[in-house]
Write a protein that binds this ligand. Structure first.
Ligand SMILES: Cc1ncc(COP(=O)(O)O)c(C=O)c1O
Length: 380
């Protein structure tokens, strides 16, 4: 049986989510903006899903804007906050964490191209924010926005975004939190988190691809980046993807009900995996000793290139990642590990295992055996 250990890249659709979606693919097909009964049925389904998404994130339903996924949510957050703000020479800065996903990083760099002062926030060797450096950076001038993810997609390292929010707010800035990898793997609360904006994506938590949300607190003025029919209270034009939104809601409801049990299960499996890895020579676990997601382990394997190891594992029927799925195949080492200060050769050797709902002890044992055999071949 093949083994899928790449759940941070994407998850399979939960059959219970599929069940919730199917009626909206074959049955009610109204446009949620129509006022007749077909439209009202679609609108009701979307609003029910909005409540489910809000409940998972500890948000108000009115704070949820549906998007096509977290790439769009992150772009809307950063560009929507920058749009229309005068860009004087001393304009407030945009800061983003050195280990952010490309959907934040590239959006911020696009704003740099438009003249915004953009800076990265340093992390230490474990992937944790370098707090003294961050405080000194914040003291260096006004801040419009800081973007920091709640949990990293490669290492699983969890950021103390509440601490960051207090520091950023004290400087008059806003905090955007990419919570894509945390949702369904970690309990959190948008309302009390200090975050002003937050991104979510359905396909990372057993929902469909191509749907996500941006949570926006009411005090945040955001300029739409998708002009059109004024859907999503004018923030995001375009006819809503009804079945996908229903599936997103269902996935969030399941995650909210099951998150504690999922975390407990992954914690056991991860302990087994890490104990096995520690018995192998030449393994470096990234983010070792700091708070990380229960389902994620990224490690370097001495003497291997991550991409080559990934392909060798794939030939044995085991699917892992050598970093983020988006960066794979670029021939470049993980920017996350480089930002953490790891040398290029170690960053090149990275493999990420991300466990899911169906992962088992037997799969972990098989993975460890295969990894050990592949390592021996290199040593020979
Ligand atoms: C942390 C993080 N942010 C954003 C995204 C992008 O999400 P989507 O695939 O919904 O555009 C991903 C997906 O890889 C991610 O891991």
């Amino acid at each position: 049986m093949p083994i899928y250990f790449d759940h941070n890249a994407t998850t399979p659709l939960d059959p219970r989510v599929l069940d919730a979606m199917l009626p909206y693919l074959s049955g009610p097909y109204g446009n949620a903006s129509s006022v007749h009964r077909y439209g009202r049925a679609a609108r009701d389904a979307i609003e029910a899903a909005r409540v489910q998404v809000a409940a998972l994130a500890g948000a108000e339903a009115s704070e949820v804007t549906f998007t096509s996924g977290a790439t769009e949510s992150n772009n809307l957050a950063l560009k929507g906050l920058a749009d229309g703000v005068p860009r004087a020479a001393d304009a407030a800065r945009i800061l983003y964490g050195g280990t952010e996903h490309p959907a934040v990083l590239e959006a911020a760099e696009a704003l740099r191209g438009q003249g915004w002062p953009v800076e990265t926030i340093a992390v230490d060797r474990s992937g944790v924010i370098d707090w003294p450096a961050f405080e000194a950076q914040l003291a260096g001038g006004p801040v419009r926005l800081a973007a920091l993810m709640l949990a990293n997609n490669e290492t699983g390292v969890i950021h103390d975004t509440a601490r960051a929010a207090a520091l950023v707010h004290a400087r008059g800035g806003l905090l955007h939190v990419d919570a894509v990898q945390a949702a369904g793997k970690l309990a959190f609360d948008f309302g009390s988190s200090g975050a002003d904006l937050m991104s979510l994506s359905a396909h990372k938590l057993y929902g469909p691809k191509g749907v996500g949300a941006l949570l926006v607190k009411s005090h945040v003025g955001l300029a739409t980046q998708l002009h059109g029919g004024g859907q999503e209270r004018g923030l995001r034009g375009g006819t809503e993807n009804l079945a996908a939104i229903v599936g997103f809601g269902a996935a969030c409801a399941l995650a909210a009900a099951e998150v504690e049990g999922r975390m407990a299960r992954w914690t056991e499996l991860k302990a087994r995996l890490e104990a096995g890895l520690r018995r192998l020579p030449g393994i470096t676990i990234f983010g070792d000793g700091v708070a990380r997601l229960a389902n994620t382990v990224q490690f370097g394997v001495e003497g291997w290139e991550g991409e080559a190891l990934l392909m060798a594992l794939d030939r044995k029927g085991i699917a892992v990642s050598s970093g983020s799925a988006c960066a794979s195949g670029t021939g470049e080492p993980s920017h996350v590990l480089l930002a953490m200060g790891w040398p290029r050769d170690i960053a090149f050797s990275a493999i990420r295992v991300s466990l899911g709902l169906a992962s088992t002890e037997a799969e972990i044992d098989r993975f460890l055996i295969v990894l050990g055999e592949l390592k021996m071949q290199v040593a020979a």
